[in-house]
Design a protein around this ligand. Structure first.
Ligand code: FAD
Length: 511
């Protein structure tokens, strides 16, 4: 029997490094609240973190709960706000050439009399309501500036599904303080080299600039885009997604609120000439940026376009440029090293998935945690899941481009005609010209089930603007009276929720 691993060494002190430290510490907590696992985090004092990554998905409350962090503590420390969905602006045009805006909410359309709600919406219409408004309160709450619950309700409750916006630097600081308080050892030093075990090829020790050799059992590479251990030392190939996704650079800047403002409770994504601009509202500022394709814009051109998009609030700002390595390592666990965060891979942040992928990877690593013999079956299982997760997110992001219909710039034309569509998505795009996305169409659905595909496709109104068959799903019998009853009940329930929910900014002040 191999000995159990008793020490984890994490290299990197960004969101990925500190989340790994905090969650692993919590998950290995035994009796008396003490962690059974020794955890050390080594962070370079010279290499800054990427400093962006501020919108999340609804898995985030679970992270706080696992680690025993209250919402009050989190909101205060991270200037956080609630996020009820993503508002997509100008991604598609209708038959008249006017821009279509839509929301991707948290929440799933169910069934009406046993038939997918989406078929009812498509066939019967909803009197000008967006698809999302027929099953989720997000858009109505966002328009009313309301949060997910009334004042005075318990933490982590909400009638509307929600996630958070957070200050990335402060979030890493909060996780660092919690981890260190609970026994995680923090070393500020640069990893400059490694030694390898002659027999297994495992990383035996890290060589630190100041402290010299630091022996390791299991090492987690959280070194960001450089992939120091997984790609540089262990030479695991990186699989670029550039043939599927054109965007490879970003501009990023922060805009402090001036005076009293009402804090928005949605992430906004606005399509621009060669990519899209994000807008993440925090309690004290907005984080915004432009994700773009360097084949279509130089940095200077993108800067001019982005500042023009911001208008007066952009005056005097100097956004920084962030090159993005888009794709993933072929395997994310190699020998005794697991890459988590940007070192493992990255897909543009259109659906705010990276922090969720960090959280999920940590939980899967815990599930398949090895002993010192590193049984290959554990590693293979982990690699299968994490590889599939990256591909799942890639496919969903590709959907947004494949079904875009703008023709007003070369970028949007190329997004449809020059970029490849991954086989897994191409098969479904052919299928969904005949039927709406269904429960068994997508092989790997951990984060983006078929219902979210429905939300995006009906949000973009692709079936009204030339994609697919006119009378799609004609075999299903939809009955007008069932639909009217559903809509009546749903709208009454949503209107009640909106009336009861607290003003978002007031809720944040209360927290
Ligand atoms: P980093 O933050 O780059 O940290 C790397 C760490 O490694 C640093 O501490 C550094 O000091 C250390 N290091 C490097 N070399 C060494 C060395 N030799 N020795 C010791 N230490 C070393 N995610 C979301 O979930 N939502 C979003 O809305 C979102 N938006 C994004 C927007 C953009 C433009 C980009 C680029 C990313 C976005 N992300 C988003 C992703 C998110 O920012 C990252 O997933 C997250 O910040 C994790 O980064 P990281 O910790 O892997 O890397």
């Amino acid at each position: 029997m191999a000995d159990p691993i008793s020490n984890i060494t994490i290299v990197g002190g960004g969101t990925a490094g500190w989340m790994t430290a905090m969650l692993m510490n919590a998950m290995f907590r035994g009796e008396g609240g003490k962690s059974r696992m020794g955890i050390t985090l080594i962070e370079s004092p010279n290499v800054p973190t990427v400093g962006v990554g501020e919108a999340t998905v609804p898995g985030m409350p679970r992270v706080l709960k696992t680690c025993g962090v209250s919402e009050r503590e989190f909101f205060k420390a991270c200037n956080a706000s609630f996020k009820l969905g993503v508002m997509f602006q100008k991604w598609n045009v209708d038959r008249n050439g006017d821009f279509i805006d839509y929301v991707n909410p948290f929440g799933r359309p169910g069934y009406v009399a046993g038939v997918d709600l989406a078929y009812y919406y498509l066939r019967e219409g909803a009197g000008g309501l967006e698809f999302a408004q027929t099953y989720a309160p997000a858009l109505d709450l966002i328009r009313a500036g309301k949060g997910p619950r009334p004042l005075g309700q318990p933490e982590f409750s909400g009638e509307a599904g929600y996630a958070y916006h957070l200050d990335a630097g402060r979030f890493a600081g909060l996780m660092r303080d919690i981890s260190k308080d609970r026994g995680v050892v923090h070393i500020l030093d640069d990893v400059v080299d490694v030694t390898r075990d002659g027999e297994t090829g495992n990383i035996a020790s890290l060589v630190l600039q100041e402290r010299g050799e630091h022996p390791v059992e299991l090492v987690i590479d959280c070194t960001g885009f450089r992939g120091l251990l997984i790609n540089k030392v262990l030479e695991e190939p990186f699989i670029p997604y550039s043939k599927y996704l054109a965007n490879d650079r970003a501009l990023a800047v922060q805009i402090p609120h001036e005076g009293e403002v009402k804090v928005d409770c949605a992430t906004r994504s606005t399509a621009l000439g060669a990519g899209w601009s994000w807008r993440v509202p925090l309690f004290n500022r907005v984080g915004t940026g432009y994700v773009f394709s360097s084949s279509h814009r130089t940095d200077e051109e993108a800067m001019t376009e982005f500042l023009g998009h911001l208008g007066p609030e952009g005056e005097g700002l100097e956004p920084r440029v962030i090159p993005m390595r888009v794709g993933r390592s072929r395997n994310l666990w190699v020998k005794n090293c697991v890459a988590i965060g940007l070192s493992g891979g990255f897909i543009e942040p259109l659906e705010s998935t990276a922090i969720h992928m960090i959280d999920t990877s940590i939980r899967w690593l815990f599930t398949y945690f090895p002993d010192t013999d590193f049984a290959p079956v554990l590693r293979d299982s982990y690699n299968r899941l994490t590889g599939n997760l990256y591909d799942e997110v890639r496919d969903f992001i590709c959907l947004h481009y494949a079904l875009g219909n703008r023709t007003d710039s070369q970028y949007w034309i190329d997004a449809r005609t020059e970029l490849e569509v991954p086989d897994s998505l191409a098969r479904n795009l052919e299928l969904w010209q005949h039927v709406l996305p269904g429960a068994y169409d997508i092989e790997f659905q951990t984060l983006f089930p078929f219902t979210v595909y429905q939300a995006v496709m009906l949000g973009k109104r692709v079936y009204e603007t030339g994609y697919g068959k006119e009378r799609i799903g004609q075999n299903f019998v939809t009955r007008g009276e069932y639909w009217r009853t559903h809509l009546g009940r749903m709208r009454a329930s949503i209107e009640g929720m909106v009336a009861n929910a607290a003003d978002h900014t007031t809720l944040l002040r209360d927290l």
